[in-house]
Design a protein around this ligand. Structure first.
Ligand SMILES: C[S@@+](CC[C@H](N)C(=O)[O-])C[C@H]1O[C@@H](n2cnc3c(N)ncnc32)[C@H](O)[C@@H]1O
Length: 215
């Protein structure tokens, strides 16, 4: 309950970047982080795994991601909001004490300014891309590509049908903005999609997209 209150307060302060009134459900958290276990079962990834989560909020995905990793692996979280970062540090402390916990690093920074020499096997995003301009999304995706390993995967979620709904009910500048986003997603993201999983048990219902940018 306490975490939901913090989340809702952040939504009231920064509705654009927080992007939701409530943290994601357990079902969505499992669907978005299961990409790690499913892919490592299919392809032999070189250990240690490097996983990055961007936009962790209160850490609902983070906990599931940790469950998919082992002590050899590295897990980096990039969260723009200092209030969420503080909460994450407190919340993940109990995991860090466990012998099977990956090495965890929490960075409080805008992902667009995040500098790292590591190449990640998995990038998992909770950032509400549909709330931003196509220019922002383009910079975000370029940053994802720059730090993804050649076999790496990017997974993110979108609220089902939200953009379609906006196409019908928005007009003027707002409609142009949403049309620009749809063009961007259609040309630059969806052609690289390996999988789309619908998660009805979330408010609002969402779809997880798993993307592989490099061949
Ligand atoms: C919709 S919330 C998702 C939180 C959590 N993953 C969940 O699903 O409940 C979006 C999160 O992305 C963070 N965020 C937004 N823009 C960001 C950016 N440019 N860099 C890093 N984090 C960002 C927000 O602060 C917020 O924690």
């Amino acid at each position: 309950m306490f975490e939901r209150t913090i989340f809702f307060k952040e939504f009231l302060k920064n509705s654009g970047s927080t992007g939701a009134v409530l943290p994601s459900s357990k079902a969505l958290s499992k669907a978005i982080s299961s990409v790690i276990i499913q892919s490592t079962n299919k392809i032999a990834y070189k250990k240690p795994l490097r996983v990055l989560e961007v936009g962790a909020g209160t850490g609902v995905f983070s906990q599931e991601i940790i469950r998919n990793l082992t002590a050899d692996d590295f897990f980096t979280i990039v969260e723009i909001c200092p209030c969420f970062s503080k909460l994450l540090k407190e919340k993940l402390e109990k995991f860090m004490k466990r012998p099977d916990c990956p090495t965890i690093r929490i960075v409080t920074q805008d992902f667009l300014e995040f500098n790292d020499d590591n190449q990640y096997d998995f990038i998992i995003s909770g950032v509400p891309l549909n709330n931003f301009s196509s220019k922002f999304v383009d910079k975000f995706i370029k940053q994802v590509k720059a730090i993804t390993h050649k076999n790496g995967l990017f997974s993110y979620f979108e609220y089902t049908a939200l953009r379609r709904f906006k196409h019908v009910f928005y007009f003027g500048k707002k409609l142009e903005h949403i049309q620009g986003l749809t063009r961007y997603f259609t040309k630059e993201i969806y052609p690289y999609r390996l999988e789309k999983k619908r998660v009805l048990w979330n408010f609002p219902p969402a779809s997880v997209n798993v993307i592989k940018f490099q061949e």
